[in-house]
Design a protein around this ligand. Structure first.
Ligand SMILES: [Zn+2]
Length: 410
């Protein structure tokens, strides 16, 4: 009998065409997809997927693995580093168990997620593939300074800060273009790093073959970041029509992070959140939905991001964002693409993940139900029957469906 794993008889959503293909087999060997079709020969391990959907592993383009999602984020920013690392490892595992096989962690203290990425890659810790920014770069006193961001001023200062992140092992550069909700004393609408500073930061990232993401909420800051050549606008709460058109033309992604505001507003001060956080979230919430619809009308590309780790926005609940995006007007098929193929393209990993194709990494999930009919089922962990990451079967809630599983690695 051949080695490897066979997913037999699945309804396939391959991540390219969002039409179910029935009775398909997927063969996995050496951590990669080696065949997709009908009547593939039996492998050592067979997972019976008849009546189930197989689709690409989900991708969250905006998380913070080092923080919990508790209300006291200012205290968490001062927790001892070793404790923060253990915490991040737990969050990585929770995320993977929920079917997210790749995340982009956009800002964590002290390079914790750079080292966590290595620990996951070496098999020391169970977690998703991690793309990480290291420290976000903000102006002196800018959004995030209390959470361990790297403060930098002037184009040369930002260049140096970007170079430090690259030296420390960052995969992507995060630049703070405006104020934000969680930092006291700054306003989401206010521009922060200037266009010249953003341009310098983007140039240093691109020179090194890395992408750059901007935390950008107010209109002027969003525009500055887009004109500076940023690859993705994170949040984008006050997006103007002409900037949206510019994003569509340039291929700049929007990562809307609905989950962040929704969870803050669903819990409020009675759950322990500071007054200023709830007030700011309430102020920007309506604008966020309108901006998202403006982006869709202009044809802006969208990738899924939750901002998991922000208050009550828990690691492992990442798929809630799909429901929020659909509710705000994104067609279901596009929401699924935003969580798979589009996200992979934003991360520059579309040659490796995001679709089910021969030669790609075997990052797959097996779902009980049809996500095209109801995208919200992906947020129900009981419906995620199996998670396969880099060819390893990490979670299977229907063990009777598996035969011949001798080791966890195929
Ligand atoms: Zn964030």
């Amino acid at each position: 009998m051949a080695a490897g794993m066979l997913l037999r008889g699945a309804t396939l959503l391959d991540g390219r065409r969002w039409e179910p293909q029935s009775d398909r087999d997927v063969v996995i060997e050496g951590g990669r997809i080696t065949a997709v079709g009908k009547g593939c020969s039996a492998a050592q391990t067979v997972l019976d997927c008849r009546g189930l959907t197989v689709m690409p592993g989900l991708i969250d383009c905006h998380v913070h693995l080092s923080v919990t999602g508790g209300p006291d984020f200012l205290r968490e920013a001062r927790d001892p580093l070793a404790f923060v690392a253990w915490r991040a490892a737990k969050h990585a595992r929770d995320t993977l168990q929920a079917g997210f096989t790749t995340v982009r962690s956009l800002g964590d203290r002290d390079y914790v997620t750079v080292h966590l990425r290595e620990a996951v890659a070496e098999g020391l810790v169970e977690g998703p593939r991690i793309v990480t920014a290291g420290l976000p770069i903000c102006m002196t006193g800018g959004h995030g300074w209390l959470f361990g961001s790297r403060e930098a001023d002037g184009a040369d200062g930002v260049r140096q800060a970007v170079r430090e992140q690259l030296k420390a092992g960052a995969d992507v550069i995060k630049l703070i273009a405006t104020g934000g909700v969680l930092t006291p004393g700054v306003q989401p609408g206010a521009p922060q790093l200037t266009r010249a500073e953003l341009e310098a930061g983007v140039e240093e990232a691109h020179k090194a073959g890395r992408r750059a993401a901007a935390h950008a909420q107010g209109a002027e800051g969003i525009r500055n970041a887009v004109l500076a050549g940023i690859d993705s606008i994170e949040h984008g709460f006050y997006l103007e029509e002409d900037t949206a058109s510019l994003m569509a033309t340039r291929g700049t992604y929007l990562v809307p992070t609905f989950s962040a505001l929704r969870n803050i507003l669903a819990h409020g001060t009675s759950a322990g959140l500071a007054e200023y956080v709830v007030q700011k979230a309430a102020t920007v919430s309506t604008a966020q939905v309108e901006s998202f619809q403006r982006a869709l009308a202009a044809g802006v590309r969208v990738a899924l991001g939750t901002d998991a780790g922000t208050p009550f926005n828990y690691h492992g609940a990442n798929a809630q964002e799909l429901g929020h995006m659909v509710e705000a007007g994104l067609p279901v098929a596009r929401a699924l693409a935003a969580a798979t193929s589009e996200a992979a393209t934003l991360l520059g990993l579309d040659h490796e993940i995001g679709t089910i194709d021969v030669g790609k990494a075997a990052d797959l999930i097996v779902v009980d139900g049809d996500p095209l009919a109801d995208v919200r089922i992906l947020a129900d962990q009981a419906r995620i029957v199996a998670v396969i990451a880099r060819g390893r079967l990490l979670r299977c809630t229907h063990p009777a469906r598996v035969t011949g599983l001798s080791g966890r690695s195929v």
